[in-house]
Design a binder for this molecule. Sequence first.
Ligand code: NDP
Length: 260
Amino acid sequence: NTVVVTGANGLIASWVVKLLLERGYTVRGAVRNPDDTKKVGHLLQLPGANERLILCKADLLNEGAYDGVVAGADGVFHTASPFFMKNMTNPEERFLSPAVRGTLNVLKSAAKAKSVKRVVLTSSTDTVAHNRESKDPNVVVDETWWRRSRAWYALSKLTAEKAAWDFVKDIDFDLLVMNPSMVIGPLLQNSLNSSTGIILNVITGATKEYTNFATGCVNVRDTALAHVLAYEMPSAEGRYILSKTVEGNSPESKDLLPDV
Ligand code: NDP
């Protein structure tokens, strides 16, 4: 069984790759630069990597970049997407385009390949969670909250997810969507990403504005396992919220998710 993981060097994807190798899969890891040892070195050290991990070069913005990576594969885990909360210059170009066009690029390659049976897409609870309405334990946050977000990152995630659901309407593979809340836990790579960086900033006091910030959280190992089980279990379908705790309702949440 051969599967592709996009953004293979990322926080979540690294754990997905690790689990897949442990379970005997052959993994094609799509990264922006397979020669950048700072970014991919930890993947090459994983048990089974020598035998069954192939790193491939692909950028979300390059049309057709995933054709060769996906050709002949049985499944795809599409995790790659811009994920940062600071320096929001050119958000359409830096966020929306890679998230949405990139997702469609990957799905188009999967459709062309014909061999792909299932695609697992990493979306986010941000697709529905933030719309400035009050939440209490009786409020159900579901797809009726679509499109009310006013933050670039959240907008990129929900636009990409909606585009994915539209794309697969007439396509012959399953789409499974994972919606994690804030992902934290042990790192396989050498540097912090946006979600794990937030924790360090809170601990060191480097960022003061999170003092009243509340969010759901999920461990990165559980997140990765959910991705793999979604791929493996025939009965899996639709969208899955991955969150250990419920989303909070602090007014300061807007600081983490700057307005569009
Ligand atoms: P990381 O920042 O660790 O990983 C993001 C990955 O996307 C990196 O491999 C990055 O590559 C890749 N990427 C970004 N832009 C491009 C591009 N233009 N072309 C190719 N690859 C690109 O974040 P996570 O592992 O946390 O995020 C993975 C997914 O999970 C994302 O879709 C994110 O939105 C989603 N998610 C994350 C949550 C969290 O709290 N961490 C919560 C909910 C959802 P490079 O290293 O080269 O930049």
